[in-house]
Design a protein around this ligand. Structure first.
Ligand code: UDP
Ligand code: MG
Length: 335
């Protein structure tokens, strides 16, 4: 049996929250009847500074039933931060934590499969939507474009996976080793490592209320993701500069030939070649400076260099380590 926590960020979700709570409660009863989850499993709502009755509702759920827990943020901090706050609040409380949206777009019945994968040993399970039949053409186009752009820019994210996922407690603790402030969850979770798997589910329409992710927010989100994961845009500047340099060399040859044939006005050849060559050199130089800035940027994130999955050792190994430790401190004292 698994002690399961479900974390749900909510921003102005009064229209759906009651339905979400009652459906999840049903699901939890069903799962614990089938002995898949323990009785002390919980549903955690995170109120992301809503301006409507969301928090009142959460308080009400909590008062009526221990199954529900609530976390209230001091103000609206956006979906990613709200989710992170929820995950952080419940770390080390459960065996596994599932994050999902409040609007019932993520198929609750996929929880069974999540638990299956978890019991097979997966520490990270990605919920991947199997189709976008129910999306409007625009949403489908923009969302798939988002994943393509992200991958092209070097951000390694799972295609068509949003934030419906299961993390084992160990993976969750791994996640919190990433100290960066701009934590882009979809990009960071694959970096945690450990055994992972995918669960496919049909994503339905929002149950009620409207999307809190208009195009503007989505573009900002993509930009945020790219700039917080990779410095590939800087590399692109360098490549562009190199390409321009090649072009300028080609043009030099071409214009020299034209010059020799007398097809040009005096001064034009040198002028046009310099424009291209200087432009190219500037781009390359900016790119090189950018590389260093990028290094500084990545260093300031203080990401964990590794997370250890297993360490096979016996007690003697433990002892020897202690002796080594003593020797070390001995040396330090002398030196
Ligand atoms: N959300 C949040 N803070 C925000 C915006 C959204 O906590 O500032 C939550 C929202 O309540 C929902 C989830 O993030 O549970 C996903 O938002 P939404 O369904 O509006 O996005 P979409 O599914 O349209 O991409
Ligand atoms: Mg939604």
């Amino acid at each position: 049996m698994v002690k399961l926590y479900v974390v749900i960020p909510c921003y102005n979700e009064e229209a759906v929250l009651e339905e979400t709570a009652s459906r999840l409660k049903q699901k939890f009863t069903q799962l614990s009847d089938r002995h898949r989850i323990t009785d002390d499993s919980r549903i955690v709502f995170v109120d992301d500074g809503s301006r409507d009755r969301t928090w009142e509702l959460i308080e009400q759920f909590h008062a009526q039933n221990d199954l529900f827990m609530g976390v209230k943020l001091s103000r609206n901090r956006g979906h990613q931060n709200a989710l992170l706050a929820g995950l952080y609040s419940v770390r080390n409380m459960a065996d596994a934590v599932v994050s999902m949206d409040a609007d019932l777009q993520d198929d609750i019945d996929a929880l069974d499969q999540f638990l299956d994968e978890f019991s097979k040993g997966a520490e990270v399970v990605y919920g991947v939507r199997s189709s976008r039949k129910k999306d409007s053409f625009f949403k489908k186009f923009s969302a798939e474009g988002f994943y393509r752009l992200m991958n092209f820019m070097g951000a390694d994210i799972v295609f068509n996976h949003a934030d419906y996922r299961l993390l084992s407690n160990r993976a969750l603790n791994g996640l919190f080793e990433f100290k960066e402030v701009n934590l882009f969850l979809r990009g960071i979770v694959p970096m945690i490592g450990y055994q992972s798997s995918k669960v496919y589910y049909e994503r339905s329409e929002r149950f009620a209320g409207e999307s809190k992710y208009p195009l503007k927010k989505m573009l900002a989100f993509a930009f945020e993701g790219i700039t917080s994961l990779t410095i590939k845009p800087i590399r692109l500047i360098i490549s562009l500069g190199c390409m321009m340099l090649l072009v300028s060399v080609g043009m030099l040859v071409y214009f020299l030939v034209q010059h020799a044939l007398g097809h040009t006005v005096a001064g034009w050849t040198s002028l046009i070649v310099s424009i291209w060559a200087i432009g190219a050199l500037q781009l390359i130089s900016i790119g090189v400076i950018g590389e260093y800035v990028g290094k500084v940027y990545l260093e300031t994130k203080e990401r964990p260099r590794f997370l250890i999955e297993q360490f096979l050792k016996d007690e003697t190994a433990q002892e020897r380590e202690d002796i080594q430790g003593q020797v070390m401190s001995e040396k330090m004292r002398k030196g």
